[in-house]
Design a protein around this ligand. Structure first.
Ligand code: FAD
Ligand code: NAP
Length: 550
């Protein structure tokens, strides 16, 4: 199925109006949320800033972009027909394939007629007199809705560092998270890639195959394991589909919400040889389940160091120049920043047309008209690729002027870090839901099941309110405070707070250092279920003006 050509004028003409629910964003989350809200017989409209559906997979079109959770698990499970019909062609689907899948979902469930593309929501204010959200979009339209559901994405607000001379570079500057739709040809070009997180690590090998020369500007080396991507054997796919529920169930019981073959053993209770054999087996099998090798890898520095030194040894074996191998070897904790999964990343540094520029030792001073100047040298390039990540988890939300009761702005409430109850709701913002918000497993989980769980919980909550004639639901301050404390307590028991990751907001200058996601998909799902079963414990649910439950 091809990507349809959008018709902005038709789409934008539909942006005013009054709805039961407005959903902001048309990625995995917005599409499924629309399907669920419609299933309740409610009127709904989705607003999407992009000119197509797909979210992450619409925007991140850089070479090599693909999922790092296996396709059979990084996909919706709400419709058995859908999961039986769709044929994934690779173990880890590429961006074009995931985008085709999401377009197929939009068509298959007839979602497009309620989606307005090319339209950014600028503000959302709660009208207390009417218990309705008033929204404004960038085409000047005003609309209102009982429920406002933010499906704006955890990794949708790109981060371009404010380098000196940013405006002076004469050539093209591209960001992996907002990649052009037309094919970018690097043939014969000298390319600077700034950033070596998951995006850079996926893109660099492919850019290097085409470009005349690639200069990789690395501030911090990252741990990466081979993805071992390959065509998906149709026989394997048939076997999974025969009992898809079993795979989905296995994933749901794992800490990250997908099948990491997580062990319950400590890395320190087995012999050196046994440990190496386990790491080697996982290295050969490929992908993120490397971190499932032992139960304490994210809890004990000593255990973690055994995995870290295994990966460093691998880097030394792969990269021929010992100096380059050393510069590529991360010193810290594996998994503290998201573990990367690559296809030939370290091998790329054996190519004669690739130069690693270690900007930890010689920082970037400025961009110039013709390239990048560090404290040690000037690198002349034709094109600069920013693989510098995102203002994660809060960025897209804080770009919208969201105002709750008494006109309080969400961005002010969150000035010292995001505060939510279950990542779904924030006190003082009635009838506003966030899909995979800060305080939920979100980016520490396989995000598609997390999204489905959130959208289902929200739809069930709206249905519950409808059945009882309730108008308004809002997290209590006490429940929110207790949840924020719990999220921190869980994070503090791990090694996650020990590095400058985007999980902590540390990649954005001035952003408060707060660990944003919640670790532990199964416990989280159980908690959400209990809250609902107890009549939305921790929320005030209002019938007219009288409180009807807690
Ligand atoms: P998004 O897909 O980010 O969609 C949000 C949409 O909201 C965007 O299209 C945006 O334009 C729109 N929007 C935001 N603000 C506004 C506004 N004010 N008005 C209108 N529209 C707005 N997760 C995994 O679990 N496994 C993976 O393998 C994986 N790979 C990834 C690879 C890349 C390159 C990236 C960047 C992320 C990856 N992720 C992965 C995380 C990924 O973001 C989620 O898996 C998932 O796609 C998120 O879906 P979403 O709908 O919540 O958000
Ligand atoms: P990222 O992990 O935040 O990496 C950004 C890179 O840019 C880091 O190397 C960072 O260095 C560097 N950087 C940032 N600001 C810089 C500056 N001012 N000067 C020099 N270098 C700078 O971003 P990402 O690679 O886009 O990945 C973000 C997340 O998206 C991932 O963690 C993952 O969750 C998801 N993702 C997944 C996949 C996948 O494999 N499926 C692919 C892409 C993205 P420092 O480390 O020093 O800050």
């Amino acid at each position: 199925m091809s990507e349809p050509t959008p018709n902005p004028s038709t789409a934008r003409a539909q942006s005013g109006g009054s709805y039961d629910a407005v959903v902001v964003g048309a990625g995995f989350a917005g599409l499924y949320m629309l399907h669920r809200v419609r299933g309740l017989g409610l009127s709904a409209r989705v607003f999407e800033a992009g000119s197509g559906v797909g979210g992450t997979w619409f925007w991140n079109r850089y070479p090599g972009a693909r999922c790092d959770v296996e396709s059979m698990e990084y996909s919706y499970q709400f419709s058995d027909e859908l999961q039986q019909e769709w044929e994934w062609t690779e173990r880890y689907a590429s961006q074009p394939e995931i985008l085709r899948y999401l377009n197929h979902v939009a068509d298959r469930f007839d979602l497009r007629r309620d989606i307005t593309l090319d339209t950014r929501v600028l503000s959302a204010a709660f009208d207390e007199a009417r218990d309705r959200w008033q929204l404004r979009t960038d085409d000047g339209a005003e609309l209102s809705a009982r429920f406002c559901i933010m499906a704006t994405g955890c990794l949708s607000s790109t981060n371009t560092p404010n380098l000196a001379g940013l405006d002076s570079f004469a050539g093209p500057m591209l960001h992996t998270g907002n990649w052009p739709h037309e094919r970018v040809d690097f043939t014969g070009k000298r390319v600077a890639v700034i950033g070596t997180g998951s995006s850079g690590i996926q893109a660099i090998p492919l850019i290097a195959e085409q470009a005349e020369h690639v200069f990789v500007f690395q501030r911090t080396p990252n741990f990466s394991v081979p993805a071992r991507n390959q065509p998906l054997d149709p026989a394997v796919q048939r076997t999974v589909k025969r009992d898809y529920a079993a795979l989905r169930h296995r994933g749901s019981q794992m800490p990250f919400g997908f099948d990491t073959r997580s062990s319950e053993r400590s890395a320190l209770e087995v012999s050196h040889e046994e440990r190496l054999a386990e790491y080697e087996d996982r290295w050969q099998q490929g992908g993120l389940p490397f971190l499932g090798a032992f139960a304490d890898l994210l809890f004990s520095s000593e255990a973690n160091e055994t995995a870290a030194s295994f990966i460093r040894d691998k880097i030394r074996q792969i990269v021929r120049d010992p100096g380059v191998a050393d510069a590529l070897s991360p010193r810290g904790v594996v998994g503290c920043k998201r573990l990367c999964s690559d296809s030939g990343y370290f091998e790329t540094f054996n190519r004669s047309n690739v130069t690693l520029v270690d900007i930890a030792t010689s920082r970037i001073e400025a961009l110039t008209e013709r390239g990048v100047r560090t404290t040690e040298a000037h690198y002349e390039v034709d094109c600069i690729v920013f693989a510098t990540g995102f203002d994660a988890m809060t960025g897209a939300l804080s770009r919208i002027d969201i105002r709750g009761t008494a006109g309080v702005a969400l961005r002010d409430k969150w000035a010292d870090g995001p505060r939510t109850y279950l990542g779904l709701s924030s006190a003082g913002f009635p009838n506003l839901f966030i899909i995979t918000g800060p305080g939920s497993p979100s980016v520490l989980s396989n995000m598609v099941p997390s999204i489905e769980q959130h959208a289902s919980w929200i739809a069930d909550c709206i249905a519950y309110m409808g059945e009882r004639g309730m108008r308004r639901i809002e997290a209590t301050q006490e429940a929110e405070d207790a949840w924020v404390a719990h999220v921190n307590e869980v994070a503090d028991a791990t090694l996650y707070p020990s590095c400058n990751s985007w999980y902590l907001g540390a990649n954005i200058p001035g952003k408060p250092r707060v660990f944003m996601p919640y670790l532990g998909f199964p416990a989280y799902v159980q908690k959400c279920g209990e809250v609902a079963a107890r009549g939305y414990e921790g929320f005030v649910v209002t019938c007219g003006s009288a409180p009807a439950g807690t």
